[in-house]
Design a protein around this ligand. Structure first.
Ligand code: SAM
Length: 290
């Protein structure tokens, strides 16, 4: 089925273009170069059930939130203005803050894949998966990866319960996801991340600076984000601790953003200590459990 190109473009994208001084022709060419219906269907998991907090909300004032083409097409042109002092420097600082040398990376709420592509560039040997609830956002992500000749898997899924195997990643990232999810969902995503990480694996979260957002409520109104005030009132640090991550640290990034990192620790608590077992035997047992 053909997408009603003119209607969507004129109703949603043209006003965006005017407001943000975006190259209208380039946006239109990109929009018209993709068969959105076919590509979204190909990338969709038809069994996926959308969480209500996601499907019942408009994001950034766009009806239907991320589950439509206009959100996907306008996301990158707008985001370049939403990450001062510059999108490239903020995303690269996030990737540079990663401490592990990962072999398998999962980028949760990957959206149009801007961070996912940087991760693949930084760790070219790693297998990289980008996961998102919006097939339309995944269409843009796939398009960008193909243009950049980067091999990345795109997966339609809910970060709260991905269906991926235990201990299958050594790096999990989420950039600009948690200000868009209610705190209960963010905490469920952290618990799922703990399950998915190998022992010693790292989680890294880039998002708005919660301390700063608490002091500038007017800013939280600008982008029409339904959950950003709840996000601002919480603490990613505390949520990470509650999900059992250790060595949790949050660093401010250009005042407006923050990066929080944590490690999945060895399961000290659950190992059974046997009388007479040597340190080496206990160490082997811990690693076998990991
Ligand atoms: C603001 S965008 C961030 C996209 C990208 N990570 C970036 O840095 O530009 C938030 C993304 O999270 C996705 N999302 C929200 N809740 C999600 C969930 N529970 N599971 C997976 N993706 C989710 C949305 O569809 C959207 O693409």
């Amino acid at each position: 089925m053909a997408v009603r190109k003119d209607t969507i473009f004129e109703r949603f994208l043209a006003p965006v273009v005017k407001t943000f001084l975006i190259d209208q022709e380039a946006l239109r060419r990109f929009y018209e170069s993709i068969d959105w219906q076919a590509a979204s269907t190909r990338l969709s998991d038809p069994t996926l059930v959308y969480p209500t907090y996601y499907s019942s909300q408009n994001f950034h004032g766009i009806e239907g939130g991320y589950l439509n083409v206009s959100a996907a097409v306008s996301y990158d042109p707008i985001t370049q203005y939403a990450l001062p002092p510059g999108e490239a420097v903020v995303r690269q600082s996030f990737v540079d803050a990663i401490q592990v040398k990962p072999r398998r990376i999962l980028d949760l709420g990957c959206g149009t894949g801007s961070t996912t592509l940087l991760l693949k560039r930084a760790f070219p040997q790693a297998d990289v998966i980008g996961l998102d609830l919006s097939p339309q956002m995944l269409v843009v992500a796939e398009h960008k990866a193909t243009q950049a000749e980067l091999e990345i898997q795109w997966r339609h899924g809910n970060a709260e319960h991905t269906g991926l195997p235990d201990a299958s990643f050594d790096l999990i990232t989420a950039s600009l996801l948690f200000h868009e999810t209610p705190p209960t969902a963010s905490q469920a995503i952290l618990q799922e991340s703990y399950r998915l990480l190998t022992v010693g694996g790292e989680i890294a979260i880039l998002d708005g600076n919660q301390k700063m957002l608490r002091q500038t409520e007017w800013l939280t109104q600008i982008f029409e984000e339904p959950y950003i005030q709840a996000y601002a009132g919480g603490s990613v640090d505390a949520w990470m601790g509650a999900a059992r991550f250790e060595a949790v640290q949050t660093q401010d990034l250009w005042w407006l953003h923050q990066i929080t990192r944590g490690i999945k620790p060895l399961p000290y608590q659950s190992v059974e200590f046997t009388a007479g077992a040597t340190n080496v035997e206990m160490g082997d047992r811990l690693w076998a459990m990991s």
